[in-house]
Design a protein around this ligand. Structure first.
Ligand code: SF4
Length: 350
């Protein structure tokens, strides 16, 4: 059976010869507006709709739990499908009434970043295209109930999993999220965040050039990065930055570089200095500077979780080294920590 919410009009028309592209567009529109396909769909012939009904369905994900933060408007959803639990977070944007959805792309993750709860699970499986798209639809439906004038404005692939380790489904999901007859989200309001897989970064630039790239830098000092992000041993930062340059040249979009500050690990002046040099070198080659996000470390519930959050004075000093080098930074407010919805805390607790 075809999961209809995981198809673009082109893929539906391709999967069901006999259904025209124009009809597929109407069907996709009906699916994403939660219309019942047992009813007629305007401008779709009965023979085509019968084909869709026979070969397609709209599977649901179970919302196991909805946890709203008591301190900010973040909401975490624990979802389940195919027997696996994964999480999605509703993130309020600066403009009132607008939200972004932080989606998971895998159940667990194989990358093993030491500061991340998901990384401690290992990889269980890739999520299917429809399961990624459905996360946005769950949040959209929830918003429609709670705040009907609000809307989902953007999507960030920063939940559980390494999205670029599941690139086929992530690219298909992006095609559906941005498709006018489906969710019609502006590609520039979508960010794919990776721990740094060079080849898929290039593929993202080629396949979805209007979508933004986020990269977890960890530290610009190779020995520190290798220690906190095991992936660095396979893909050293130089290779990742080369891929970022390719992405920026192709898309003309500034990448977001994220650094989660860990007390005494990657928050020294030497780390800041190395990051400033990396950013300046990148800007020279790419023609655009990166946007640097400094993320406060959020505690994770796990055996052997030994990191601590950098204190305010050290964080300010770190950012000051960068500022004096001509590299501005911003501090990302990572909300929902009281419901373990903040960056690095998602672990699909069932
Ligand atoms: S930070 Fe991202 S890539 Fe790293 S382990 Fe966590 S989910 Fe995986």
């Amino acid at each position: 059976m075809l999961a209809l919410q995981g198809l673009t009009p082109a893929s539906l028309a391709h999967a069901l010869p006999g259904v025209t592209l124009a009809e597929a567009r109407k069907v996709v529109s009906a699916v994403h507006r939660d219309r019942d396909l047992a009813d007629p769909v305007r401008e779709v012939r009965r023979v085509s709709l019968d084909l869709v009904r026979r070969h397609g369905h709209t599977p649901a994900v179970e919302v196991v739990r909805r946890e709203g933060s008591a301190v900010d408007p973040f909401v975490k959803f624990l979802l389940r499908s195919g027997g696996d639990a994964y999480e999605t977070v509703r993130i309020p944007l600066e403009r009132a009434g607008r939200f972004s959805v932080c989606v998971s792309s895998q159940v667990g993750c194989a990358m093993g970043c030491t500061f991340c709860a998901t990384g401690r699970l290992g990889l269980l499986r890739n999520l299917e295209t429809w399961e990624i798209v459905e996360q946005v639809r769950v949040v959209r439906r929830d918003l429609a109930r709670e705040q009907p004038s609000s809307r989902v404005h953007g999507v960030v692939f920063q939940g559980m999993g390494e999205p670029l380790a599941n690139p086929d489904r992530v690219l298909e999901a992006i095609a559906i999220l941005t498709e006018p007859s489906a969710l019609a989200i502006d590609g520039r309001a979508i960010t794919v965040c990776t721990s740094g897989l060079p080849t898929p970064i290039r593929r993202l630039a080629d396949a979805a050039p209007n979508v933004r790239l986020g990269v977890s830098i960890g530290s610009a000092r190779p020995e520190v990065r290798a220690e906190i992000m095991p992936l660095d041993r396979r893909f050293p930062l130089d290779l990742v930055v080369d891929a970022c340059v390719y992405h920026a040249r192709k898309t003309r979009l500034r990448p977001m570089w994220a650094v989660t500050l860990l007390a005494g690990v990657n928050d020294t002046d030497a780390d800041a200095d190395a990051l400033a040099r990396l950013a300046l070198g990148f800007a020279e080659r790419a023609g655009v500077p990166p946007r640097i996000s400094v993320i406060p470390f959020n505690p994770i519930e796990a055996e052997g979780a030994s990191f601590e959050r950098t204190d305010g004075a050290r964080e300010a000093a770190f950012r000051d080294v960068l500022r004096r080098a001509g590299v501005p930074t911003h501090r990302r407010y990572s909300g929902g920590a009281d419901v373990l919805a903040a960056c690095g805390q998602l672990a699909g607790r069932g």
